[in-house]
Design a binder for this molecule. Structure first.
Ligand SMILES: Cc1ncc(COP(=O)(O)O)c(C=O)c1O
Length: 445
């Protein structure tokens, strides 16, 4: 059933004005503020299936899907049923539940981990795996890649993607030099740089952390060279030097396939992080790995990690319901919708003469508004050479036609199993005008 709320008497404009007096920038996470595309963010009143309903009375086809979690679409009746059922039994106990064990088992069924610890956000998950990797190896340094975003963990905010890229923030004030001193930032897909880093600091490196397939500088898939994928290369070189290979699957996990990027390239990490889809739209995330590493965590081991609301029964119920409903058929449907949207976007941009590159990792994709002649975006340095004004024009035209794209050129486009023909038709019909708008703006960088 589609729930269409009555139009509010408070419009997005007025809501945003009030919000800015109460919250920095009027938002609780920076990219939501529309800073890089301009204009007023739409305030959302409700959502159902593939649609968002804003305060202004518009129905918008949602290609953000809460930045990934809504794999089944909004307000899926069975997920909502599980949530209501859980809420009626109490909202938080601060004591273990069977549902947490079931959720850990669902994750272990799909991913190469033996044990899982539940946390509340992807940020907490990546922060915790770094601590664990450093404790187990007894080393301090970590390698991360420019343009990869692992949440707002101090040590990982160096050259981060997502909002840090969107707002062109070079480093984050408040993060001390000491905190990032042990973070080596390399170019993504740059194997020579990784060789050099290990040659210089091999015995000091605790771990290499990477997005399994980066989606926070736009989608930049791991490159295969001489038959070896970038993730396999990273795992191998890390192990040669006694370091861990950490795969951040917060975005890709349970989304790009039932087993995330691991399901696509089969590379077994030492530690993994998960979030988004596994929380079914609630604050839940996790990290996992082999028992002998994970049992270094308290209460078995001495590496401390904890959370008042970790394994919260409502979030756990939503995550469990989502993972159980995410059948192989759901993924093949989203894969096919993604292929259609990618082809339609390509055709529209081609027809309008707008230079573009579309890259995907499974069903996750993004559109780069590149300069003439650029045919691939292998790293962050290339990703930043885009026409943000062409994207802004494209974005606002799509929005005006009832399609909600990510309000930043550095973000992935997300689809759900609820995106049906009606939603697809809306996207397809909106594309020619948006491509023409991008064409008129694409001279400005
Ligand atoms: C790959 C990746 N890791 C970590 C995070 C941080 O997750 P959260 O926003 O839940 O803290 C994100 C968020 O977008 C992400 O995309």
């Amino acid at each position: 059933m589609t729930v269409r709320p009555a139009v509010s008497t408070v419009r997005s404009e007025a809501a945003f004005e009030r919000a800015q007096t109460l919250t920095p920038g009027g938002v609780n996470s920076p990219v939501r503020a529309f800073r890089s595309v301009g204009g007023t963010p739409r305030f959302i009143r409700s959502a159902s299936g593939p649609y968002l309903y804003d305060l202004d009375g518009n129905e918008l086809v949602d290609l953000v899907c809460s930045w990934g979690p809504m794999l089944l679409g909004h307000a899926h009746p069975e997920v909502i049923g599980a949530v209501v059922n859980a809420a009626q039994r109490g909202t938080s106990y601060g004591a273990p539940t069977l549902a947490e064990v079931d959720l850990a088992a669902e994750i272990r069924d799909r991913m190469p981990v033996e044990q899982v610890r539940l946390v509340n956000s992807g940020t907490e998950a990546t922060m915790s795996v770094l601590r664990l990797a450093r404790a187990v190896t007894g080393r301090d340094k970590i390698i991360k890649f420019a343009g990869c975003y692992h949440g707002h963990v101090d040590a990982l905010l160096a050259a981060a993607g997502s909002g840090v890229a969107t707002l062109a923030i070079p480093g984050t004030p408040g993060v001390t030099e000491g905190t990032t001193l042990d973070t080596l930032v390399l170019g993504y897909n740059d194997r020579n740089a990784v060789h050099e880093a290990f040659a210089s600091f091999g015995s000091e490196i605790a771990a290499v952390i990477t997005e399994a397939a980066p989606g926070n500088m736009g989608v930049v898939p791991p490159r295969t060279e001489d038959g070896i994928g970038f993730n396999a290369f990273l795992a191998d070189i890390a192990h040669q030097h006694g370091a861990m290979f950490i795969s951040d699957e917060v975005m890709t996990g349970f989304r790009v396939s039932r087993s995330g990027q691991f399901g696509l390239d089969g590379v077994r990490p030492d530690l993994m992080t998960f979030g988004k889809v596994m929380g079914g739209g609630f604050p839940a995330a996790a990290f996992g790995g082999p028992t002998d590493i994970m049992e270094n965590l308290a209460p078995v081991g001495s590496v401390y990690q904890a959370g008042t609301l970790s394994g919260n029964p409502i979030a756990t119920a939503a995550g469990l319901a989502t993972l159980r409903l995410a059948t192989p058929q759901v993924y093949s449907q989203i894969d096919s919708t993604s292929a259609t949207v990618r082809a339609e976007v390509a055709a529209a941009l081609e027809a309008a003469g707008v230079p573009y590159v579309i890259q995907n990792a499974g069903n996750l994709f993004s559109v780069f508004f590149v300069s003439e002649g650029v045919t691939a975006v292998p790293d962050y340095a290339t990703a930043t050479q885009q026409s943000t004004s062409a994207y802004a024009a494209f974005f606002h035209s799509m929005l005006g036609s009832g399609v909600y794209l990510p309000p930043s050129v550095y973000e992935a486009w997300f689809l759900s199993a609820a995106h049906d023909d009606r939603a697809l038709n809306r996207i397809v019909e909106a594309l020619p005008t948006a491509a023409a708008a991008a064409a008129s703006a694409s001279g400005d960088r």
